[in-house]
Design a binder for this molecule. Structure first.
Ligand code: AMO
Length: 461
């Protein structure tokens, strides 16, 4: 191939009618019509049809007979207008086809383990994940991560508008960041260390430094069960603000959620349509205390969970239905969870310390965010650590920040994969993670003895 020719993308081919162009990409499908060979060529912009005609180039036609799905190729060809009846309205390049003059195979591919050519990939989830390096290429899977990139961009944009500085924090820590048993221990040069359950402690330590911070961080949770909403490694989008009160925090979290998702709706219109999702309902977000939420569940859905310490997954689904019906909102904010159920750094409500100045944001039936006003008094924080049976010595660095002046502060954390899942109507959070980690897999599925398999199946949702 002449290296001087500039590559153009499939979707721009209609701008080059009657011109010679170079395109590069993968063979999506090949159709052999005897005298002619057709391929759909896929690059990161989309598809374009290429025709190999021996009358035009004997050599290219001959090489084309070798082509199979997922071969990477480089083609020089002439862009021809398609006759009216052959226009494909589903393709951006559907008004043209490329008549191949030269063809070079850049990389061959083995025979695929299943058909990747159709519009949908009808595979069971384990197979979809077992062949992740391949299935991610499919036209029904790849867009999930384009939308996910837009969520991240929307989050960054709103954080910058809110004057937050982006920080990068460690994922190896001296203590369990959230407490509890769901923590992976690391053998760190024969010292005790943990994978961070969240960026929590680090973002708080940065408040006296930068006042407003945000981070996109990996969080590791040794989840003891398998559900459709939990991963063992997840991506959290966190904010932390100094000099704020509880009301400010509720406003900030709601603005962040709305702005972030409006950004996605604006920038991924066509992709969201492909997932057949209704536009997001952005009515005024209702705010309920946990107890008020449980009253609604009792009255409207006849389940009496009024003394429970948290919402059940079904409560989250029903509350979201209620918020949509009554407030035209796909979001609902729930506040004041019992202090004993929240992490040690959560501020108890001074009016009733049994409950805390905490909140969750539900979106389309699932909690996508959690956070709180924090305890910013050093001694109270030490007491809260002790009350939970933990050792303040394990939090030495964290506590140092509080010893030397910490303003009233608070923040929140969004779960990236949960938002992606709900936004696109996916059934399982694993579909919203490029390489999901859970009890049964790190890249590859673990093999288990029959006995272990039985125990494992019991832990499934
Ligand atoms: P929390 O533990 O509620 O709070 O996590 C915040 C958000 O992260 C997502 N999330 C998960 N997603 C998938 N799999 C998991 N195992 C998982 N765990 C959490 C959820 C959840 O709402 N430090 C606090 C936040 C704060 O107070 O600022 C925290 O981590 O969407």
């Amino acid at each position: 191939m002449p290296s001087s020719t500039k590559r153009i993308l499939a979707k721009y081919t209609p701008q080059y009618i009657e011109k010679e162009v170079l395109i590069e990409g993968f063979v999506q499908a090949r159709r052999d019509h005897g005298k002619l060979v057709f391929i759909d060529l896929r690059d990161h912009s989309g598809l374009v049809q290429v025709v190999f005609n021996p009358q035009v180039s004997e050599k290219a036609y001959e090489i084309a007979s070798e082509l199979r799905p997922e071969f990477a190729v480089s083609i020089i060809g002439k862009v021809n207008k398609r006759p009216e009846r052959l226009i494909n309205p589903k393709l951006e390049s559907g008004t043209v086809e490329l008549e191949a003059l030269e063809l070079e195979i850049l990389s061959k591919a083995e025979t695929l383990p299943f058909d990747m050519g159709g519009e949908v990939l009808s595979l069971e989830l384990p197979t979809l994940l077992d062949f992740r390096a391949l299935t991610l290429r499919h036209g029904s899977v790849k867009p999930i991560f384009i939308v996910q990139a837009s969520i991240l961009e929307g989050f960054r944009n709103i954080c910058q508008k809110l004057d937050c500085v982006e920080i990068v924090v460690p994922t190896i820590a001296a203590s369990a960041t959230e407490g509890g048993a769901e923590v992976f221990k690391v053998n760190y040069y024969d010292h005790k260390a943990f994978m961070t359950q969240s960026p929590q402690l680090y973002k708080q330590m940065l408040v006296p430094v930068l006042e407003r911070v945000f981070t996109i961080a990996h969080a590791y949770r040794a989840e003891p069960s398998v559900t459709t909403r939990h991963l063992s490694e997840t991506t959290q989008m966190d904010c932390e603000f100094g000099f704020v009160n509880f009301e400010n925090l509720l406003d900030l979290l709601e603005i962040s959620a709305v702005e972030m998702l409006k950004h996605v709706e604006k920038n991924c219109k066509a992709l969201l349509k492909e997932f057949k999702m209704e536009p997001i309902a952005f009515g005024k977000i209702p705010r309920l205390t946990l107890r008020e939420a449980q009253e609604i569940i009792f009255k409207e859905y006849k389940r009496d969970n009024r003394s429970e310490k948290d919402l059940t997954p079904q409560d989250e689904v029903d509350l979201s239905k209620w918020a949509l019906k009554k407030h035209n909102s796909d979001f609902v904010t729930v506040t004041h969870f019992p202090t004993s159920k929240r992490a040690f750094y959560t501020m108890p409500d001074p009016k009733n310390p049994e409950y805390s100045l905490s909140y969750d944001l539900l979106f389309k039936g699932v909690e996508i965010l959690s956070g709180s006003q924090r305890i910013n008094d050093h001694d109270k924080l030490v007491s809260a650590i002790k009350e939970r049976g933990m050792n303040p010595a394990d939090y030495k660095m964290f506590l140092m920040a509080f010893k030397y002046g910490m303003p009233p502060e608070g923040g929140f954390s969004f779960g990236l994969e949960r938002i992606t899942m709900k936004l696109l109507g996916l059934n399982n959070i694993r579909e919203a993670s490029l390489f999901p980690r859970d009890m049964e897999r790190v890249d590859e599925r673990f093999s288990r003895s029959e006995e272990k398999e039985k125990v494992f199946q019991k832990k499934k949702d």
